[in-house]
Every structure is written in structure tokens, then in C-alpha cells.
Design a protein around this ligand. Structure first.
Ligand code: AMP
Length: 304
């Protein structure tokens, strides 16, 4: 009862979200919405947290209709055990989406999106260098799978705006390029990374961290902050990077640093001097036993 009162006080009414399981149902549910105004779309793999919900809220502010998809896409997983262990919490996700007054939830099956199998016509979008560096180098085929599923989802939803999180910044750049080339009518909106109070970027995979790993995970964000501090006080970039890397190497749970780099945020080219780019981003990826963490921050000239 108290919950209802609070929701009413906030001027919100938690209504049942309409759920589409097929593209045909989705088309039917969105027919009228399109006439009413803009459709915003937030694609997710579920196990929703405040990071996902921040994208939903941004769309709720800007669009008349908010569509969320939940689909754990097999073609973007380079590690079968990661796919198998990916958290699935649909019932809870629906409650969260209803609280945010999401209009339509699209929950397709694998067969619905891949009736011809995984090696279909959408498997061949190319992103060039953008998809080959950093995550692309460590997770072969990952971005091809991401582009494949997002192209399908965009054709199914036909949104006016697509919302993506800074947490997966390289994914944002790859998808922005896909949209510019193949879906130019869609606007891409980048939303800032949402973090725990102590700085850990929210991620559906964080539930897998042991207490020790959870403590050590913070060092990734700290190392990125160390780089930013170096930029702000005019320390040479290679020295800032070296100190940041030393922080990562001190954490006992971190088994491997896949990368820790400073790049031009517009194209992910490595830079060696802060002045080489107007928008500078630091990105890192580390491996712990059973879980891999990625994070990034804008060091200069934030783009969201
Ligand atoms: P996922 O469910 O991991 O595929 O993520 C769906 C969308 O949510 C992607 O655009 C992510 O970048 C975004 N996202 C995930 N975690 C966060 C976060 N901590 N802050 C902001 N956006 C996020």
C-alpha cells in the first residue's frame, strides 16, 4: 500500500508493460504508438540494473513510446560458458520495467530472431578497425554478433532513437557506425555509465564476483581515475599510464590485464600525448577467475 502511495506521489502509475514475443506482435503493439510520436528503444540482455534503467529513463523523458528488448544473443558470446552462465531474471526485470512505465517489452526467442540459423544475411556487417581493436581483439566475432542482432532488432522495432550506455563504449561506436550506414533515420543517444557508490560500474555479470574479487574490482576504476588525474595535472601520458597499470598489477584477484589504453574517443586510435585529441578516453579490461571486467572514463572532452 505504501508503495502505491509513493508511486502516486511521484506522479507515476505502474502499469502492465505489454509484452511481444514475436515481431508480428511487436508490429501490432507499436502500430498506433508510431502515429502518436517518437519511439525510443533500449536493447538489453536482461538481468536489469540501474545502468539499464538510466537508459530507459532518458527515453521516457524524450520519447512518447519506450520499447525495451531482452534477448541474450548467442552470436555475440565468444565464450560458451559465459553464455550459459549469463544471469536470466525475466520476472524481476518485468517488475522494474513496469515501475519505469515502459510501454512495450520485446522478448524474442532465438528461433524468432534466427529462423535461418546463425549464419544468416545479417552476420556480415563490417565495422573495420573499430571492431578489431580492444574488445574486438580479445573477443573475436563479438562485434559481428552485436551488429547482427542489433540490425534485426532495429528492423523489428523501427525506433526513432536508440539508447546505448557508455559502459560499453566501443560497442556504442560500432553501433553508431552501423546506424549511420544502414539506418540513417535513427538517432543514437549515448548515456553515462552508472556506478555503485564505491565506483564499480554496474554490470549484470557483477553478481559473479566473490567478496575478494568485488573488493579488487574497484582497482579498475581507480586506475582509470589515475590516468585522468595525470591528464589534469599535465603529467606525460606514458607516465600516467604506467602508474595506472601498476595499480592493476597490485590487485591479487586480477589474473590478467587485457588492455589499459588511452585513445581518441572518436575513433579509438591510441594516443601518446593528451593534446593529440579533443576527446580523450581511457579504457581497460581485466580478467579475474570466471569473470572479465571492462570500464572506461572520459579523460578530457566528455561526449556524454
Ligand atoms: P547489456 O544488457 O549488458 O547488453 O546492456 C544493455 C545496454 O545497457 C547497453 O547499451 C549497455 O552499454 C548499457 N549499460 C550496461 N551497464 C551500464 C551501466 N553501468 N551504465 C550505463 N549503461 C549501461
Amino acid at each position: 500500500m505504501a508503495g502505491v502511495a509513493i508511486l502516486a506521489w511521484q506522479g507515476r502509475k505502474a502499469e502492465k508493460v505489454r509484452i511481444a514475443y514475436t515481431q508480428e506482435e511487436l508490429r501490432y503493439l507499436l502500430e498506433e504508438s508510431r502515429r502518436k510520436g517518437r519511439v525510443g528503444f533500449v536493447p538489453t540482455m536482461g538481468a536489469l540494473h540501474e545502468g539499464h534503467l538510466s537508459l530507459v529513463r532518458r527515453s521516457r523523458q524524450l520519447d512518447e513510446t519506450v520499447v525495451v528488448s531482452i534477448f541474450v544473443n548467442p552470436t555475440q558470446f565468444d565464450d560458451p560458458s559465459d553464455l550459459e552462465r549469463y544471469p536470466r531474471t525475466l520476472e524481476k526485470d518485468i517488475v522494474l520495467l513496469e515501475r519505469e512505465r515502459v510501454d512495450v517489452l520485446f522478448v524474442p526467442s532465438v528461433e524468432e530472431l534466427y529462423p535461418e540459423g546463425f549464419d544468416d544475411g545479417d552476420a556480415y556487417y563490417r565495422a573495420g578497425r573499430l571492431a578489431e581493436v580492444l574488445e574486438g581483439a580479445w573477443r573475436p566475432g563479438h562485434f559481428a554478433g552485436v551488429m547482427q542482432v542489433v540490425a534485426k532488432l532495429l528492423r523489428a522495432v523501427q525506433p526513432n532513437r536508440l539508447y546505448l550506455g557508455q559502459k560499453d563504449y566501443q560497442q556504442y561506436l560500432v553501433l553508431k557506425q552501423l546506424v549511420e550506414r544502414h539506418f540513417p533515420e535513427i538517432e543514437v543517444v549515448l548515456c553515462p555509465t552508472v556506478r555503485e557508490g564505491d565506483g564499480l560500474a554496474l554490470s549484470s555479470r557483477n553478481v559473479r564476483l566473490s567478496p575478494q574479487q568485488r573488493r579488487d574490482s574497484l582497482v579498475l576504476y581507480r586506475s582509470l581515475l589515475r590516468i585522468k588525474a595525470g591528464c589534469e595535472r599535465g603529467e606525460p601520458l606514458p607516465e600516467a599510464l604506467q602508474s595506472a597499470r601498476a595499480l592493476l598489477e597490485e590487485a591479487p584477484s586480477i589474473l590478467q590485464v587485457d588492455y589499459l589504453v588511452v585513445c581518441d574517443a572518436t575513433n579509438l586510435s591510441l594516443i601518446f600525448d593528451w593534446e593529440e585529441a579533443e576527446h580523450v578516453i581511457a579504457l581497460g579490461a581485466v580478467r579475474m577467475k570466471g569473470v572479465r571486467l571492462i570500464d572506461n572514463i572520459f579523460v578530457k572532452g566528455a561526449l556524454c
